[in-house]
Design a protein around this ligand. Structure first.
Ligand SMILES: *Cc1c(COP(=O)(O)O)cnc(C)c1O
Length: 426
């Protein structure tokens, strides 16, 4: 495979950006080799700067549920931008996207649009603290919530620990209010509520943790979190930046039928443009400024072009059988990954899948992932790339099937998978 153009572009990029990239995982450090510079995408396919073609399962890390360059999304963007790209004043398009979401999602009553998942989560945490007048938050090891300070923490040792900063530049004083516990562990959560009685503003969880493998939780565990939050007047935040509009239009809240207090969305909601959102009951949302005293604002929030892209994409998602068909495709793909080796599994939910080298039947917490197993993924990733299949460049990342993947794409993927796995097993 020719890589000259990507290599030249990456060399240049390294003179401009730290590590040559504007978001770290793109640098391919965990799989090795040069990141491909992408020139074009259409449907389920992407082409790199050297003209190599790939079937894509990264989907820009999830947003592109209709595939690349969907015609309806393109038309909506073009039509809208002809009339200007931003006003810093309200537009009808914000109402339209809000109406589309709220009339099809009973889990939120009022919302606020922002421009990224990070911003949505950061604002949701502020809202929870403002509403409860408490400072401490509980998060889970293995859940990613964007890069805001109080969430860039890793667990210390012990059942219930204050987080340790996982990034330079995040003061201990900030993470001292973040309590990190293991997923799928009721005892740890109970312990946190005993140790920090009446101090915990919120529990935040990815109800379908998909940023550190796919750590599918038991419904009973999510219900347990719901109940313990209610008992303690603590808010439950579902970070649905990945799962929202992915496992169904109403995300994980709808999938498990659990009512969280605040929900955050991102990724799919913007049709490939930068949009995030947080929402809650009208009562909780009334704390947001200018109605309430929790401040949150954005120059480009509710950007009309991004709203139009979101409306076009979500309108497609609402068509009958959209999610059923996506799940069928995903199951078809996975059922064709047939390898009689003991330590290989594909975990999935809806159109999300995760390739894991493990002999465990389930993996529900970060500690259950064997870091050493990633050496197999590195080979798999490289061999698949050589064969025209593009996965996110890390074994901790999940893959996404889109509406644009055809049966031929899935069959080809399964075939290449078989070949690549032969190499892994050598
Ligand atoms: C991607 C992601 C975020 C951060 O969103 P950005 O748009 O990258 O800021 C937050 N939470 C979850 C669950 C995510 O997957």
């Amino acid at each position: 495979m020719k890589r000259e153009k990507s290599e030249a572009l990456f060399a240049k990029a390294q003179t401009y950006f730290p590590g040559g990239v504007n978001s770290p995982v793109r640098a391919f450090r965990s799989v090795g080799g040069t990141p491909l510079f992408i020139a074009k995408g259409k449907g389920a396919h992407i082409w790199d700067a050297d003209g190599n073609e790939f079937i894509d399962y990264c989907a820009s890390w999830g947003p592109l549920i209709l595939g690349h360059a969907n015609q309806k999304v393109i038309d909506a963007i073009k039509q809208t931008v002809e009339n200007g790209s931003s006003f810093g004043a309200p537009t009808a398009l914000e109402n339209e996207l809000a109406e589309l979401i709220l009339s099809n999602n009973k889990y939120v009553e009022k919302i606020r649009f922002v421009s990224s998942g990070t911003e949505a989560v950061m604002s949701a945490i502020r809202l929870a603290r403002g509403f409860t007048k408490r400072n401490k938050i509980v998060k889970f090891e293995g859940c990613y919530h964007g890069h805001s300070d109080s969430l860039l923490v890793k667990a210390g040792s012990g059942l219930v620990t204050f987080g340790n900063t996982s990034s330079a530049g995040v003061p201990e004083s900030v993470v001292n209010d973040t309590i990190v516990v293991s997923l799928n562990n009721e005892e740890a959560v109970k312990q946190a509520f005993i140790e920090f009685k009446n101090q915990i503003a919120c529990i935040i969880i990815e109800p379908i943790p998909a940023n550190n493998g796919l750590l599918l939780q038991r419904k009973e565990y999510l219900k347990f979190l719901r109940d313990i939050c209610t008992e303690n007047k603590t808010l439950l935040i579902f970070d649905e930046v990945v799962s929202g509009f992915r496992v169904g239009f109403t995300g994980a809240a709808g999938y498990y039928d659990i009512q969280p207090d605040i929900i955050t969305y991102g990724k799919i909601i913007g049709g490939g443009l930068p949009v995030g959102m947080y929402g809650a009951s009208a009562e909780i949302m009334s704390n947001i400024s200018p109605e309430g005293n929790v401040y949150q604002a954005g120059t480009l929030s509710g950007n009309p072009v991004a709203m139009a892209a979101g409306i076009a994409q979500l309108t497609e998602c609402l068509k009958p059988n959209f999610y059923i068909d996506l799940e069928k495709k995903t199951q078809f793909l996975i059922s064709n990954f047939k390898f009689q080796i003991l330590n290989f599994k594909v975990f999935s939910i809806g159109s999300i899948f995760w390739i894991a080298f493990t002999d465990k039947k389930n993996i529900r917490s970060a500690e259950e992932i064997n870091p050493d197993s990633m050496k197999h993924f590195r080979i798999l990733h490289k061999e698949l790339l050589e064969r025209g299949i593009y996965l996110g460049p890390s074994g901790y990342e999940v893959g996404f099937v889109s509406e644009a993947h055809t049966e031929a794409d899935l069959i080809k993927t399964a075939k290449m998978f078989g070949e690549a796995m032969e190499e892994v097993m050598k």
